[in-house]
Design a protein around this ligand. Structure first.
Ligand code: ADP
Ligand code: MG
Length: 469
């Protein structure tokens, strides 16, 4: 169904129809086209909407299509060659602009060649299709499926740039180093790549529905929703599931490690917390992911600086103030140490999702996912699963990586079950070493007992060490 001519005509038609119909907006353009038409805006072009800051760029009419644009948008090597035979196309030699001599004819031709699948991914053309009988597709349906512009990388960057003085003010650019923003298109692992417990699937299903129907929830006054806490040991998929959710929902993913925010400059911490939530609100709808949530509880317990206490209170208050229903921000906290969270923090989440270490069945499933594209002779995931009790998804990935690298040292690109079992053994040995290390560490912790009023104790120690040659 796809041909270079069809690809190029679709692109040209989209630009044409978009220009003709003012009621269409950026969200009617497929992301692959939008990227091509994105242009920086002049700083003072203030066609701003209600709440102030707008990104420093956008898609502006009239759209015109050069051969290079068409090539980037469609992937067709020689766009003009692909359509020059058609009677309704034209090229301006000098500017390299492609256009239609007879748009009506182009439409006829397109609707004869295109199928429904194509139109569902192009709201602009679905808009036209709705008024014709060739293909049964609604504009609304296509628009709903289309990824909105606020999920595009260019949009995110340009919004951040507009809101935070990324060049001038030192504090702001530093802030953007602490907060990592991912566009959904940049997230590689999807929910399909993850093996979830029934409980996790249930919670994720609920939140997806809640986001879909947030207008309804607002209407009936149900606002206590959209604050999740993911709890479980390292390597059980808390971060990856959160990101996959952003991918699934087409939302930008704002990620911050709480320990990073608090360890920098004590005096700045409260401000950093506020800014983090500001970034999320500016990018909304989005997911705000706060990792290492327990690092707050820790600082709260030790009676350290007043600045830290202020920061903690700011954090708790910011969580109270943000809402999925009102601000379109889904908040996900994650912690490896639920025991260190005090009730003040705990209370603020309306769903707790448990991330346990995978059981045997899950381990087998995870192994299948990881090895999906690997060539392994006599592979028996069940028996590997039986041998790997206590290992997390992340551990299993590491095992497979070692097996692959080990085989590569022998120039082998196909593995055997034995390679994997060897790698499991190696992993367990290394894991034992690591645990011995941890015992040492905890000994020294007991000696210092963590109660020392000198918060910089460790740091000073390291420092002294540096000078001891
Ligand atoms: N349930 C799972 N299913 C599939 N892969 C998993 C699972 N849990 C962990 N992994 C793998 O381990 C990696 C690390 O997990 P991560 O999300 O960083 O864990 P956490 O945030 O809980 O420490 C993931 O990228 C993924 O490849
Ligand atoms: Mg993590």
């Amino acid at each position: 169904m796809s041909s270079p001519a069809l690809e190029v005509v679709e692109f040209l038609l989209t630009a044409h129809v978009y220009n003709e119909n003012r009621e269409l907006d950026e969200n009617d353009l497929p992301p692959r086209y939008r990227r091509v038409f994105w242009a920086e805006r002049d700083g003072d072009a203030s066609d701003t909407e209600s709440d102030g800051v707008e990104p420093l760029g956008g898609v502006e009419r009239p759209l015109s299509v050069t051969e290079t644009d068409a090539q980037t948008a469609t992937g067709v090597e020689r766009p003009w060659e692909a359509v020059s035979d058609l009677l309704f196309t034209d090229r301006t030699e000098f500017s390299g602009t492609l256009s239609f001599t007879q748009p009506e004819m182009a439409l006829e031709w397109f609707f004869k060649s295109a199928d429904r699948d194509r139109l569902v991914t192009n709201p602009t053309l679905a808009f036209v299709a709705e008024g014709r009988d060739e293909i049964d597709v609604s504009h609304e349906e296509a628009r709903e499926q289309n990824r909105p512009i606020h999920a595009d990388r260019v949009w995110i960057d340009s919004l951040l740039e507009a809101y935070f003085d990324t060049d001038d003010e030192e504090g702001d650019s530093e802030m953007l180093d602490l907060v990592h923003v991912r566009a959904p298109e940049e997230i590689e692992m999807t929910l399909d790549d993850l093996v979830l417990t029934a409980d996790q699937e249930g919670e994720i299903g609920k939140i997806v529905k809640a986001i879909e129907h947030r207008d309804y929830l607002a209407e009936i006054g149900l606002r206590e929703i959209g604050k999740l806490l993911f709890v479980g040991p390292p390597g059980t998929g808390k971060t990856t599931v959160s990101r996959a959710l952003a991918h699934e929902l087409g939302l930008p993913f704002v990620e911050v490690k709480l320990s990073m925010i608090t360890s920098q400059y004590l005096g700045e911490t409260a401000k950093n917390v506020e800014k983090t939530f500001e970034v999320a609100k500016r990018l909304s709808p989005c997911i705000l992911f706060i990792d290492e949530f327990d690092s707050v509880a820790k600082t709260r317990r030790s009676d350290e600086h007043a600045a830290l206490k202020r920061a903690v209170n700011t954090l708790l208050k910011s969580i109270d103030d943000i809402s999925l229903i009102r601000d379109d921000v889904l908040l996900i906290g994650a912690t490896n140490h639920p025991d260190q969270l005090d009730s003040a923090a705990w209370r603020r989440f309306d769903e707790i999702v448990n991330f346990p270490k995978p059981d045997r069945q899950m381990r087998a499933d995870i192994l299948r996912v990881i090895t999906n594209r690997m060539d392994i002779a006599e592979f028996d995931p069940e028996s590997v699963a039986a041998r790997t009790q206590g290992l997390t998804g992340s551990d299993l990935r590491m095992v497979l990586r070692e097996a692959v690298l080990e085989a590569l040292t022998e120039e082998r690109m196909s593995l055997t079950q034995a390679d994997i079992l060897d790698a499991v053994e190696d992993f367990e040995e290394r894991d034992n070493l690591k645990n011995m290390d941890m015992m040492d560490d905890s000994d020294s912790l007991i000696a210092g007992n963590g109660e020392s009023p000198d918060a910089d104790h460790d740091h000073d120690h390291d420092h002294a060490h540096d000078h001891q040659h």
